[in-house]
Design a binder for this molecule. Structure first.
Ligand code: 5RP
Length: 258
């Protein structure tokens, strides 16, 4: 560069750095290398899964893969897969899902996950739970000592009485220090700057649970308590579901955790 070029600066509002995006792509491509012709795939949602969709599209276009079909885990993924030229099937029409590939918000040492900060946890859990293998693709920033360490653990609730259901979710964690919960909001598309409740692809709302230091209790027991609440549809803790986790690291190596 010339002496006149201004220094490049990054501020807190910058999008993810290229290198983190590169790590997501590396993990995604490694997972897509596991795909064979004539497989039916669960197609994940999010910025990491998006790299897998692009790669699948490229391999189908070049003829390196044939006969692959995907079951999309969100409307956004459905649109992306259509653009990438990936044939799609409805969940009910997939005789078998051989492999699902998706990102995660958090991965704990037992390969339990938090998913759904993108709001797609219900379809993800249905599709990824239906398949034989579920490969998770992450950069190393997603590895945590305990679920709930880095942000919200989402719970999908029916819109009817969602503020009441929020109260029932809070009761599950009564007396837990550092716990809080709220309904997810987004800035209104009307352009008036107002906040409105987030609505999932299924027309539901999301309760976000926050834990100061992550979830310290028995995850299975907490899962059961949440699922027993009438009004809760599903939560974003994916316990014992991942068959492997592909982790792309900053030092350039890739680890496959099983
Ligand atoms: C969406 C998800 C995503 O897999 C999760 O949010 C990770 O997204 P990204 O790859 O963009 O970090 O669960 O509901």
């Amino acid at each position: 560069g010339s002496a006149a070029s201004p220094p490049r600066t990054l501020d807190a509002a910058s999008p993810p750095t290229a290198s983190q995006e590169d790590l997501k792509r590396v993990a995604a491509h490694r997972a897509v290398a596991m795909v064979g012709s004539n497989m039916t795939l669960g197609l994940g949602t999010g910025s990491t899964a998006a790299h897998a969709l692009d790669r699948l599209g490229d391999l189908l276009r070049s003829g390196a893969l044939r006969g692959v079909a995907g079951v999309p885990t969100s409307l956004k993924t459905e649109a992306h897969a259509a653009r990438a030229g990936i044939p799609m099937l409805a969940l009910a029409d997939a005789a078998e899902i051989h492999l699902s590939i998706d990102g995660a918000d958090e991965v704990d040492p037992d390969l339990n996950l938090v998913k759904g900060r993108g709001g797609s946890l219900l379809r993800e859990k249905m599709i990824e739970g239906a398949g034989a293998r579920f490969v998770v693709i992450v950069d190393e920033s997603k590895l945590v000592p305990r679920l709930g360490c880095t942000g919200a653990v989402p719970v999908e609730v029916v819109p009817f009485g969602s503020a009441y259901t929020l109260g029932l979710v809070r009761k599950v964690f009564d007396g837990v220090p550092g716990f809080s919960a709220r309904l997810r909001t987004v800035v209104s598309k009307a352009g008036d700057g107002k906040e409105e409740l987030f609505v999932t692809d299924n027309g539901n709302h999301i309760v976000e649970m926050f834990f100061d230091d992550g979830i310290l209790g028995d995850l299975r027991a907490i899962s059961d308590s949440l699922l027993r609440i009438t009004g809760v549809v599903e939560h974003g803790m994916f316990l014992g579901m991942a068959t492997s986790v592909i982790v792309a690291k900053k030092d350039g190596t890739v680890a496959v955790l099983t």
